[in-house]
Design a protein around this ligand. Structure first.
Ligand SMILES: N[C@@H](CCC(=O)N[C@@H](CSC=O)C(=O)NCC(=O)O)C(=O)O
Length: 288
């Protein structure tokens, strides 16, 4: 598989790379970031944490703002941050240029409706094509975990719930848990998936959790001063759905925190340790 390394930057004794490649599932060129911890320079293969970002983001928001590399280096975790939508001059965008749909807002679904269905297959990209590229070309094991923020939190939860056994652990910050019933999700799903709401259920965490065949524990952090909390995110709906299904959920309401990457940076270490504990060969170091 061909790819181009756009940059390589030393970081906490590891390497941060930006990679551009042709994405067949999206029918466009894509750029992602990958952090290789120092253990890979010593010949080790390491497990991967995939991070899905939210609306308006590229691969860089998480890499530049979350501060995850320091502990990833210590834990020996590879971090992979894809972009949030297909890109390029041929890729359709919101006709009015809104930031909550189209470019930067792929919602991690496989679009079925024209004109979106030509490129907007972010689910297939993050679940299949990107891991295949990573595992064939980088010193990565096939042990994977997934996390994300907001639209990306929705993506992480949906990817894990739809693929029992594929991910060792899952977590999310401020996820859109019930996109079928919030303005961001209704706008995106009606365009990408059409008006038949029965087709939306397979992309909605609160729906998927009812019938999940694997009860992978969910770790979720949510700020109680998040401006999107009541209209878009609605974590209480996930709490109810998880309770009804008997699905293990740790939902931490964090007092005073908003929707920003300052919030993510404040709790990212807990999430990295959660994933490291679940991933073979990436145990957290002993406390000193
Ligand atoms: N541009 C918007 C704000 C958009 C926003 O808050 N995006 C979040 C994700 S929201 C859900 O998916 C984000 O991660 N932004 C990038 C960042 O670096 O903070 C506005 O102007 O209101």
């Amino acid at each position: 598989m061909n790819f181009e390394t756009l940059s390589t930057t030393r970081c906490f004794d590891g390497e941060l790379k930006r990679i551009r490649h042709r994405a067949d599932t999206l029918d466009c060129d894509m750029t992602f970031s990958i952090y290789l911890p120092p253990q890979v320079a010593q010949g080790e293969e390491r497990p991967v944490l995939y991070w899905l970002s939210g609306l308006t983001c590229t691969d860089l928001n998480f890499i530049e703002k979350a501060g995850a590399q320091r502990l990833a280096a210590e834990l020996g975790l590879i971090l992979v941050a894809p972009d949030t939508s297909p890109r390029g001059p041929d890729v359709p965008d919101d006709p009015e240029g809104a930031w909550d749909f189209g470019l930067g807002a792929g919602f991690y679904v496989n679009a079925t409706q024209a004109p979106w269905s030509k490129h907007y297959h972010m689910y297939n990209y993050v679940v299949h094509e990107l891991p295949a590229l990573i595992e064939a070309n980088f010193p990565a094991t096939n042990q994977r975990s997934i996390s994300g923020h907001s639209m990306g939190g929705h993506g992480a939860l949906v990817c894990a719930l739809r693929n029992p056994g594929r991910y060792q652990s899952v977590s999310a910050f401020s996820p859109i848990v019930n996109p079928m019933h919030c303005p961001w999700g209704e706008k995106a799903f009606s365009h990408y998936l059409g008006e038949d709401r029965s087709q939306w259920q397979q992309w909605d965490t609160c729906e998927l959790i009812a019938t999940a065949s694997e009860r992978l524990p969910l770790l979720i952090d949510q700020g109680d001063k998040d401006g999107f909390l009541t209209e878009q995110l609605k974590p209480e709906l996930l709490r109810a759905a998880a309770a009804a299904a008997g699905h293990p959920l740790t939902l931490r309401m964090q007092p005073g925190y908003d929707h920003s990457y300052y919030f993510i940076a404040s709790f990212i270490d807990d999430h990295l340790r959660h994933h490291a504990k679940a991933l073979d060969g990436a145990e957290a170091p002993q406390a000193r």
